[in-house]
Design a binder for this molecule. Structure first.
Ligand SMILES: N[C@@H](CCC(=O)N[C@@H](CS)C(=O)NCC(=O)O)C(=O)O
Length: 203
């Protein structure tokens, strides 16, 4: 076994961000596809992460989670410029962008469970609407700061994983309509090898 094994699912935006960070830092990860479900137990995964979520990095320093901690761990190991520094954006704006992007992923994954797993008669429309409005609120804010998205840093990686997850799991959400700069930014970003090599599965 490689010294670094990532428990992941190909559809997880959090895991995609980690895989992108590893590729950018030229760190080889052994990928172990791990089934997760919000309504089923998984005793094997619970042994390494009591939150029973992926991604988890199995490392010589023990199991590491969640995605933000794993990305920081990988950044320490890799060579070259850190993903936490940038010539165009300052450190705290990168970190805040990362938090916003993770928040979009959180809402989008919860919406996936609500709309794809929960029985239709039990769905909570008001909650669904609020989650989508939070996602759009983040995009409205980030649309104004696309200048700081130049280059590969943890904020831009996270944002790309989050926006492409919206396309993957919530294709009916017309997020591009009011966010032309972000839409153009993502189209350019999709050309990076780290995006091409971590695509979500075809549905
Ligand atoms: N805060 C975690 C969130 C990870 C997460 O929610 N992963 C999803 C897959 S995309 C999961 O494992 N869900 C299982 C569950 O919620 O039961 C991170 O940043 O890594």
């Amino acid at each position: 076994m490689s010294p670094l094994t990532l428990l992941y699912t190909p559809a997880s935006p959090f895991a995609r961000k980690v895989r992108m960070a590893a590729l950018e830092r030229r760190i080889k990860l052994e990928l172990l596809d791990t089934h997760v479900s919000p309504i089923l137990s998984n005793p094997e995964l619970a042994k390494v992460n009591p939150l029973v979520k992926v991604p988890v990095l199995i490392s010589p320093d023990g199991p590491i989670y969640d995605n933000r901690v794993i990305c920081r761990y990988l950044d320490r190991l890799g060579e070259g410029p850190s993903l936490y520094a940038s010539e165009v954006a300052e450190r705290w704006s990168i970190a805040t962008l990362e938090a916003l992007s993770d928040g979009v992923m959180d809402a989008a994954v919860l919406l996936r469970y609500e709309l794809g797993v929960r029985p239709e008669e039990l769905r909570w429309k008001q909650w669904v609407d609020i989650q989508f409005s939070r996602i759009l609120g983040v995009l409205e804010q980030v649309e104004k700061i696309t200048d700081s998205l130049v280059g590969l840093h943890i904020g831009s990686l996270g944002l790309a994983a989050a926006l492409s997850y919206l396309d993957f799991r919530h294709p009916a959400l017309p997020w591009r309509e009011n966010h032309p700069r972000l839409s153009a930014w993502l189209a350019d970003f999709e050309e990076h090898e780290i995006m091409k090599n971590t695509r979500y599965p075809q549905v």
